[in-house]
Design a protein around this ligand. Structure first.
Ligand SMILES: [Cu+2]
Length: 119
């Protein structure tokens, strides 16, 4: 179909092939879901996942240190002010799971939770 007429064209195609290869590998990496913690809730408060799909949770806090823990999802993260915490989750079971704050953060701490729905 296409013929390479000059070495320059060939070099350009080679570069483009390399760049698209990099793009492909970036697309292979996990879907990123940002979650912001703030006394005493998470935003969003509900996240939908797919069974077997690996996702990266990008966790941030707007105030004090929090945590995010769910035994069912094998999730146990610390969320520290001024930092982004990345955790990878691959749900193995469909269902609805609650994740709790695992770092004491004040009067509402024990009610601080969010829901993961695995489809
Ligand atoms: Cu807390």
């Amino acid at each position: 179909m296409k013929t390479f007429r000059s070495p320059a064209t060939f070099a350009l195609v080679a570069v483009l092939a390399t760049v698209s290869g990099l793009t492909l590998s970036a697309q292979d990496s996990a879907r990123v879901i940002p979650i912001v913690a703030k006394k005493f809730s998470y935003s969003p408060s509900e996240v939908r996942l797919k069974k077997g799909e690996t996702v990266t949770l990008l966790l941030k806090t707007e105030d004090v240190a929090h945590g995010l823990k769910s035994k069912d999802l094998q999730l146990d993260a610390k969320i520290v002010p001024g930092e982004e915490t990345k955790v990878t989750v691959t749900p193995q079971t469909a269902g609805q799971f609650t994740a709790f704050c695992s770092t004491f953060c004040g009067s509402g701490h024990f009610g601080m939770k969010m829901t993961f729905i695995v489809e």
